[in-house]
Design a protein around this ligand. Sequence first.
Ligand SMILES: NC(=O)c1ccc[n+]([C@@H]2O[C@H](COP(=O)([O-])OP(=O)(O)OC[C@H]3O[C@@H](n4cnc5c(N)ncnc54)[C@H](OP(=O)(O)O)[C@@H]3O)[C@@H](O)[C@H]2O)c1
Length: 232
Amino acid sequence: MTHIKTFIFAGASSAIAKETAKLLQNKGHKVVGISTKPKDDTFDNWYQIDQYDFGKFPDIADAIDGLVYFPGTINLKPFARLTAAEFTTDWQVNSLGAVAFVQSYLNNLKKAEEHASIVFISSVAVQTGLTFHSSIAMAKGALEGLTKALAAEFAPAIRVNAVAPSLVNTPLGNKFLNTPEKVEQMQKRNPLRKVGEPKDIAQAITYLLLEESAWVTGQILAVDGGMNVIKN
Ligand SMILES: NC(=O)c1ccc[n+]([C@@H]2O[C@H](COP(=O)([O-])OP(=O)(O)OC[C@H]3O[C@@H](n4cnc5c(N)ncnc54)[C@H](OP(=O)(O)O)[C@@H]3O)[C@@H](O)[C@H]2O)c1
């Protein structure tokens, strides 16, 4: 019988986080959620916190098999209109919060029976230049750098990877999908003529968390309908 694993998700109210939790639970694993929102019953345990920052994450004593950091923003504006405060918030939520999260639970990962795994959520906007994406591209770009640096530093005990989606149908992406015309336009822009669904990303995260990816570390896995490499 496979060993039952426990994972911690930060930003657990995310539609992608909930879908990932369900996939892991279907395989018999447990998922603890940390969120700024009230409890979501999908999760086996839940901690509500006020922000993703140093000293804000709850103490958890148990061994933990993997971490996923979900908090993110999509603040798209012309570069000249982005304020210092907006750049700082995007950096804080997308990058620095991930650092605080991993530092908080590193000792828990070291107690894992098998090799532990960390997954970050980046964006297609890091590898592909997109208009109005300067702030999010910068913040997620830092996260991709962190992925590779930690993969080196934590090997061989802990694997570290990221998933980089293009537009996904979640509350965060809703602004770009809230009319049939916008959905059609976004489908046309994608090489596979499809907007992502939470499950598309959840399946990739589940793969990176479990033993199926035991020989994969330091990778940025594009799950984006080919958006970062194909023009058709
Ligand atoms: N949807 C897309 O098109 C898309 C594309 C590329 C990358 N992503 C990334 O996918 C991840 C998950 O997002 P999702 O699409 O599943 O969206 P979602 O369902 O709308 O969830 C939003 C996530 O961001 C957190 N969040 C939102 N605003 C925040 C703020 N101001 N401060 C701190 N945390 C905030 C939420 O955490 P709480 O649990 O605390 O609410 C939650 O984890 C994000 O990192 C996002 O950047 C999404």
